[in-house]
Design a protein around this ligand. Structure first.
Ligand code: 6PG
Length: 239
């Protein structure tokens, strides 16, 4: 089941996402004693993370029961400007009382193949059967990619592994990313999409012909989970 929620602007979008985050955290902790969340990178979620770090939202989360993962990471050191981990640390994790042992960073500064294998081992030790994160955050690039599943890259076709190294030709870089089997195992998937540059790709992803190699975000179909697209009016302009 999926739904699309459109908000007037990026501020309203971030607020709605923060409310969704704290509500999902509360319900997950009530039901299972913990909240497992996979963060996305890039720029869009920064406003969400900064809101979650404010007292109003932070006090609503029992951070001692939160476990933080990532859906992908750039192959750079954790103090590099491009690091998704660094962005989350600087906007959220340094400001909330979450035990450092519950922050599971992708060690993408290492060899990509080794980093992917290590993160898969970490996930398999944490999730015995399937990586059914309580909440998995995703963004969408203006080429329709999500996580580090870029158009026409080999990672798109991985059906067994949960984490894989992926060389992105057009950027000339390696990434480490969760695969579609892992991303689609989540209980709840929340796409955050903002800005007019996303209007055309969002229309193609949501309303265009199904061509997942061209628009990998079309492949996000949670097996038994719930998919929500939260988008601002600028991104939704062509829907
Ligand atoms: C990353 C993200 C990536 C991101 C999209 C959208 O590591 O960059 O995982 O999938 O969500 O590229 O990025 P923006 O929010 O910056 O547009």
């Amino acid at each position: 089941m999926s739904e699309i929620r459109v908000f007037p602007d990026s501020r309203a979008l971030a607020n709605a996402a923060a409310e969704y985050f704290v509500n999902t955290a509360r319900d997950s902790i009530a039901e299972r004693g913990r909240f497992t969340v996979s963060l996305s990178g890039g720029n869009t979620p920064r406003a969400l993370y900064a809101l979650l770090a404010t007292e109003f939202f932070a006090k609503q989360v029992d951070w001692a029961r939160v476990h933080i993962f990532w859906g992908d990471e750039r192959c750079v050191p954790p103090d590099h400007a491009e690091s998704d981990y660094l962005m989350a640390r600087e906007s959220l994790l340094d400001f909330v009382p979450i035990p450092s042992t519950q922050i599971y960073r992708i060690q993408a500064e290492n060899d990509p193949v080794q980093a992917a294998a290590d993160y898969e081992a970490l996930l398999k030790a944490f999730f015995p059967n399937t990586p059914n994160f309580d909440l998995l955050l995703l963004g969408m690039g203006d080429d329709g990619h999500t996580a580090s599943l870029f158009p026409h890259t080999t990672a798109l076709h991985e059906k067994q592994r949960w984490v894989i190294e992926n060389y992105v030709d057009k950027l000339g870089v390696w990434r480490v990313t969760l695969t579609l089997p892992a991303l689609n195992a989540a209980r709840r998937v929340l796409f955050l999409v903002s800005g007019d540059a996303k209007a055309e790709p969002l229309r193609k992803v949501l309303q265009g012909i199904y061509q997942p190699d061209e628009f990998p975000s079309q492949s996000i179909k949670p097996l038994s989970g719930h998919l929500i697209w939260m988008v601002d009016a600028a991104a939704a302009a062509l829907l």
